[in-house]
Each structure stands twice: as C-alpha cells, then as structure tokens.
Design a protein around this ligand. Sequence first.
Ligand SMILES: *[C@@H]1O[C@H](CO)[C@@H](O)[C@H](O)[C@H]1NC(C)=O
Ligand SMILES: *[C@@H]1O[C@H](CO)[C@@H](O)[C@H](O)[C@H]1NC(C)=O
Ligand SMILES: *[C@@H]1O[C@H](CO)[C@@H](O)[C@H](O)[C@H]1NC(C)=O
Ligand SMILES: *[C@@H]1O[C@H](CO)[C@@H](O)[C@H](O)[C@H]1NC(C)=O
Ligand SMILES: *[C@@H]1O[C@H](CO)[C@@H](O)[C@H](O)[C@H]1NC(C)=O
Ligand SMILES: *[C@@H]1O[C@H](CO)[C@@H](O)[C@H](O)[C@H]1NC(C)=O
Ligand SMILES: *[C@@H]1O[C@H](CO)[C@@H](O)[C@H](O)[C@H]1NC(C)=O
Ligand SMILES: *[C@@H]1O[C@H](CO)[C@@H](O)[C@H](O)[C@H]1NC(C)=O
Ligand SMILES: *[C@@H]1O[C@H](CO)[C@@H](O)[C@H](O)[C@H]1NC(C)=O
Ligand SMILES: *[C@@H]1O[C@H](CO)[C@@H](O)[C@H](O)[C@H]1NC(C)=O
Length: 630
Amino acid sequence: MRTKTHYDSSLLLFLFFFFIFFVFHSKAQPLPTTDGYTCSANQTTNSFPCQTYVFYRAMAPDFLDLASIGDLFSVSRLMISEPSNISSPSSPLVPNQSLFVPITCSCNSLNTSETISYANISYTITPGDTFYDISTKKFQNLTTYQSVEVVNPELVATNLTVGVNVIFPIFCKCPNQTQLQNRVNYLVSYVLQPSDNISTVASRFGVETSSIIDVNGNNSQTWDTIFVPVAQLPELAQPTVVPSSPPGNNDDREGVVTGLAIGLGITGVLLLLVSGFWVYRENSMKKKGMVIGGGDVEKQRFQMNSKEGKVGKDSMGKEVSLIANVSECLDKYRVFGIDELQEATDGFSDGCLIQGSVYKGSIDGEVFAIKKMSWSAYEQLKILQKVNHGNLVKLEGFCIDTLNANCYLVYEYVESGSLYSWLHEKNNERLSWKTRLRIAIDVANGLQYIHEHTRPRVVHKDIKSSNILLDTNMRAKIANFGLAKSGCNAITMHIVGTQGYIAPEYAADGIVSTKMDVFSFGVVLLELISGKEAIDENGNVLWASAGKVLEGNEEDKAKKLKGWVDNSFFHETFSMESLMNVMTLAVACVNRDPSKRPSMVDIVYALCKSEDLFFDISDDTLSDPSVLAR
Ligand SMILES: *[C@@H]1O[C@H](CO)[C@@H](O)[C@H](O)[C@H]1NC(C)=O
Ligand SMILES: *[C@@H]1O[C@H](CO)[C@@H](O)[C@H](O)[C@H]1NC(C)=O
Ligand SMILES: *[C@@H]1O[C@H](CO)[C@@H](O)[C@H](O)[C@H]1NC(C)=O
Ligand SMILES: *[C@@H]1O[C@H](CO)[C@@H](O)[C@H](O)[C@H]1NC(C)=O
Ligand SMILES: *[C@@H]1O[C@H](CO)[C@@H](O)[C@H](O)[C@H]1NC(C)=O
Ligand SMILES: *[C@@H]1O[C@H](CO)[C@@H](O)[C@H](O)[C@H]1NC(C)=O
Ligand SMILES: *[C@@H]1O[C@H](CO)[C@@H](O)[C@H](O)[C@H]1NC(C)=O
Ligand SMILES: *[C@@H]1O[C@H](CO)[C@@H](O)[C@H](O)[C@H]1NC(C)=O
Ligand SMILES: *[C@@H]1O[C@H](CO)[C@@H](O)[C@H](O)[C@H]1NC(C)=O
Ligand SMILES: *[C@@H]1O[C@H](CO)[C@@H](O)[C@H](O)[C@H]1NC(C)=O
C-alpha cells in the first residue's frame, strides 16, 4: 500500500513537471504547425465543440454557387447565405466573392497523445484526387495534406480508392474562457493571401491588429490559416450580381410553396421544354434533313436550346426565363444520351428490369439504376440537387428522350435490393437485430438530414420498406424522391403515398409536414421489429395493432412483445431493454396526433442509445437478468 502511494506521488510530481514544461514550451512556440492546431479539451477553460466560420472565396469553375460550396462543407445554402449577407441563396456568385461558411469545431484526440482542433468535413474521393490538391484547391488551404494524413491514418495517400470517404480536418479554434469574457465569440479561420498583411485583415474584420497577433503570434506566413477573433461576423459587402436570366424569374422560389403551385409550375415548365425541343427538332430536321439521336448531340441541342431561350424575343419572355431556370438546375448533372441508355439496358429489356420502371444498366463499366419517368422529373431534380447525404440514393444524371417525350433519371446502383425484399421475400437470408437497428439508424439519419438541413425543408412523403435500399455492407439509403415536396405545412388536394404507411392527418386532410415522414418511419420500425408487412392480406394496417403490445404492466408488455417480434432473429441474444426502447419509439412515431410524434432528431438520438445498449449488454449477456437468451 505504502509503495503504491509513493509511486503515485512521484508520478504526480513527474506529471506536474511535464505539465509545467509543456505549458512553458507551448507558450514559447505556439504556432504554426502543418499537422493542425493543438487544443486541450479542458471543459473549464475551453468551449469545445463550438460553432464557428471559415472565410471562403467563391472560385471558378466549380464553386460559383452556394449549392456546390454547401455540398463541400455539408451545409445548406441558406446556412452560408445568411452570415454572408447574400439575399438569395440561389443567386450565382462571382469569382473571389467572400463568404462565411459555418463549421462545427471540435477538439479531437488522435492516435498519438496529441489533440488537435478541427471541423470534421467528409469528402468522397473522385478520380484524380490527391490530398494535396483537395486541401490547396477545393478547401483553399484551410487544411494541409499533412493534417489529412494524420487524421486518416488508415488511408494510403498514394493509393486512394475512388468513392472512399476521407475526413478533411478544416482548421479552426474555439475561444477560451478569457476570450469569451472579452466578447470574442468566434475565431474565424482565414487563409492569408499574398496580397494580405495582418493590418489589412484586421481592417477587413474591423478588429485591432494586436488582437490577431495575440491569437496567432507575429510570424504568420502567406497561405497559413490564421484565426481572427471577432465578437460578431462583419457584414460582407457583396457585389450586386447581374441576374443571369431576365426579370420575372422567380428567385424567391426558395420560399414555402403550396403543392398546387408546384404542380402547375412543373407542368408548365415541362410543356415548354417539350415544345421547345419539338420546335428545335423540327428546325434541325428541316436544316439537316435527318434526326441524329446521339449523346453529345443531344446535350448540345439542350444547351443550344436554352441559349436560344435566353436571347429569345419578348413574346417568349416568361418561357425564356423558365427554360433558363431549368437548365441552371440541370447543369450539375451528367447528361446521358438515349442511345447510351438503350445500349446499357439492352433496349430496356425485361432482363434488366429491377422493379416498376427502374432498369439496371452499365455504362462504361459503371452500373446505374435508370428510372423511366413521364415529364414530372423537374421537382425531383430540384430536390435532389440540394440533397447530398450518404443515406440518400444519389442522382448521377438524366436523359431527355425528345422523340418519345420521356425523361430518364440515372441513379447510383445500390447492390443488395430493397429492405422490403429482405424482410418479406428472401426466406432463407434473415437480418439480425443488430443489422435491423443499424438500418433504422441509417434511415433516420437520412430523414433527419432532409428535415433539418435543407431549406426549405424537404418532406419525402413516401417512406416505406420498398423505398429503402441496402448496399453490400447492408447500409441503408433512402430512394425515390418522386413524391417529395419542398416547403412545409402545405396542404395538398392530391393524396399520394402507400396504404399502410400514410399518416392519418395526411390521408384525411392532406396536411403535409415532416411529421408524416416520422409516421411512415414508425411503420418501417414496426416492420423491422415484427417482420410483418405494413398491411396484411385482409387490409389490416400494422400500426393500428402496435399500440396494444405496450399496454399493461412491465411483465405483460415483455410477454406481448416476445409474442410480437420476428421470430427469425429471436434465437439471438440481445437486450430486451434495447428492443423495448425501439418498440416504444415506433409506437410514439405512429401516434395519431402529429404533434405528439417525436422529431427525427429525437429519433436518431433514441436509436443510437438503443444501439449502445445493445453493445453494452452483448458483452455480459448471461449475467444480466434483463437479457433475453432464447
Ligand atoms: C482545466 O483548467 C483549469 C484552469 O486552468 C484547471 O484548474 C483544471 O484542473 C483543468 N482541468 C483538467 C481536467 O485539466
Ligand atoms: C481573385 O484573387 C486572386 C488572388 O487573390 C487574383 O489573382 C485574381 O485576379 C482575382 N480574381 C478576380 C476576378 O478578382
Ligand atoms: C494508430 O493505432 C493503430 C492501432 O489502433 C496502430 O496500428 C497505428 O500504428 C497507430 N498509428 C500511430 C501513428 O500511432
Ligand atoms: C467525424 O464525423 C463522423 C460522422 O459525423 C464520425 O463518425 C467520426 O467519428 C468523426 N471523426 C472524428 C475524428 O471526429
Ligand atoms: C494554397 O497554397 C498553395 C501554396 O502552398 C498555393 O499555390 C495555392 O494557390 C493556394 N490555394 C488557394 C486556393 O489559394
Ligand atoms: C491500392 O489499394 C488497393 C485497394 O485498396 C489494393 O488492392 C492495392 O494493392 C493497393 N496498391 C498498392 C500499390 O498499395
Ligand atoms: C499592409 O499593406 C498595406 C497596403 O497593402 C500597407 O499600406 C501597409 O503598410 C502594410 N502594413 C504592414 C505592417 O506591412
Ligand atoms: C486564451 O487564449 C489567449 C490567446 O491565445 C491566451 O493568451 C490566453 O492565455 C488563453 N487563456 C486561457 C485561460 O487559456
Ligand atoms: C514579433 O515578436 C517578436 C517577439 O515577441 C519581436 O521581437 C518582433 O519585433 C516582432 N516582430 C514584428 C514584425 O512585430
Ligand atoms: C448587405 O447586403 C445588403 C443588401 O444586399 C446591402 O444593401 C448592404 O450594403 C450589405 N452590407 C454591406 C456592409 O455591404
């Protein structure tokens, strides 16, 4: 006992000296470092994590609109436009235009004993990417390739696989207590440009030169990230951008729109597009005496057509701006030719049919899911260009078949099929409870993203197990934004959706809100727990019977739940508490009163807790009396 105390105190002494040395040392040489900025996650002196901003410059060719910059930093356009003094999130930017992009800064411990502060930004590698290029170009030196290597030790910088997700640690700092007391609310990350010196930066942000030197030292070099201490963001002077399309263009489309308006709008736009193509096609046929249906030709046609539109005569005024608007939206995507898709799918043969009107096709060795649509794709394109999340199926491109007035949307191909088929069709392959819980969390994350991080909010409107696709790792992605709507609390006269999943208030009154997705998600949870279909052959809906399971005392509940769950995963050992929590959550989601349903944020939280519980218990399954073993 005594020796141990002795040992402890000498260790303490050592630590004390080490601490003194460290403090002294770090005071003497604070910065800069290429690996990142060290931090101490001491709750009493620091305020990690914090919300802060980076100063970003719009840049040709890829980053001249808020959508692509938002995608890069995983934030919505509105989250950039508001702090940046830009009135319309959809307006184009000019090169070098100043922006404030919000990030969440946290203090992260690395493999080594070091802790560095950064914002965790995920980036998916595309062909030709290197850590150096992405850091210095796309992220404009807000991080360094050295730091990327430190944060992603499992990746080999010289051998990056396309599609792999890399964390780019965006340099940031959170104010400490002293700074907060001095009304320094943000330390804005700013990259020093060749034309800058500390005094020009200070005047740009309206702060004292000395306050910048206090934080960063006085030997900052060009391309270093420095932290500018501010009480509030300075208001940026934004250039007045000349609108790219004539006035009358509805720039305030971002507002809340009713279902009816959207419906009419799309129909109008698409009719115009169709007629535009026809006129153009007629003309070109007359000129050339033949029709060419090639991919590039098709693309050219589209571009030429929209160009014609832009310079069109006044009688076409309104239509012109609409066409320009559509082409802006479509610019982000790859344009496929109809012959390309024909070839990919053996002329849309039954052999390539996945389900409904969705075909599997391979183009240049890459597999896609190709969906044939009538002319109603515009809203989907508009929504999908805003949403970009790992738990949502990605739209890769589209094709317009002018000859037959068809439109095709080309999606990433998700290999393992729908959750519906896994739950109700594949009899020999069963999903474990752990996998089911993981799927539920993935779907909840995807929904949380469209509900909370898009402006205006997007409501999917058709969540069901057949719209949830699983990849080879059994991770879930939400598909089919065909019915999705932007804008909340709208009322629609045209009820769509799937029996067994439709929320009662929507079926009865056409009320559209994020809570209708919560309801449908609850039904999917019930499917995952019970293995039963959302509606049985007699037309009884699953959600109606779920509430009864949770009536009575604890013992009754556990008994009824055991009788209710899918017996294909029942031989597994898992925590009854975890299962009961998920069941309680599912029942709360299918509450008839939308205001009593939890939000997707609450749901993600509750599910993650259930997952933790699952892992906690599975270690000592047998000793715990609350655990169900068979
Ligand atoms: C945090 O900092 C305060 C003040 O410097 C100090 O008293 C406290 O011991 C520190 N806590 C930890 C866990 O290091
Ligand atoms: C943008 O800034 C860079 C360097 O700061 C400069 O070389 C370039 O000319 C600027 N471009 C415009 C359009 O102002
Ligand atoms: C990080 O940890 C892993 C194991 O957890 C180890 O294999 C690797 O060598 C460590 N890397 C560094 C830089 O410490
Ligand atoms: C970064 O964020 C992802 C997802 O939010 C998380 O899984 C990961 O642990 C984070 N990494 C670090 C180093 O904080
Ligand atoms: C980032 O820094 C490098 C030099 O390290 C420079 O060549 C490059 O232009 C910088 N990138 C931007 C976007 O300013
Ligand atoms: C590059 O990575 C791939 C897959 O990650 C691996 O199969 C290959 O052997 C690696 N090549 C080198 C040279 O390390
Ligand atoms: C910073 O730059 C401005 C103008 O570019 C110049 O007038 C000023 O003297 C410079 N200050 C320092 C400390 O170099
Ligand atoms: C807070 O940060 C400033 C600037 O880096 C530093 O001078 C000060 O000592 C820090 N205060 C604490 C309590 O760490
Ligand atoms: C930078 O700081 C050092 C020591 O604090 C000082 O000797 C030096 O004059 C400073 N340099 C400038 C340009 O202010
Ligand atoms: C912010 O934007 C508004 C409207 O675009 C403009 O009138 C105002 O001058 C801007 N603020 C600054 C400081 O330029």
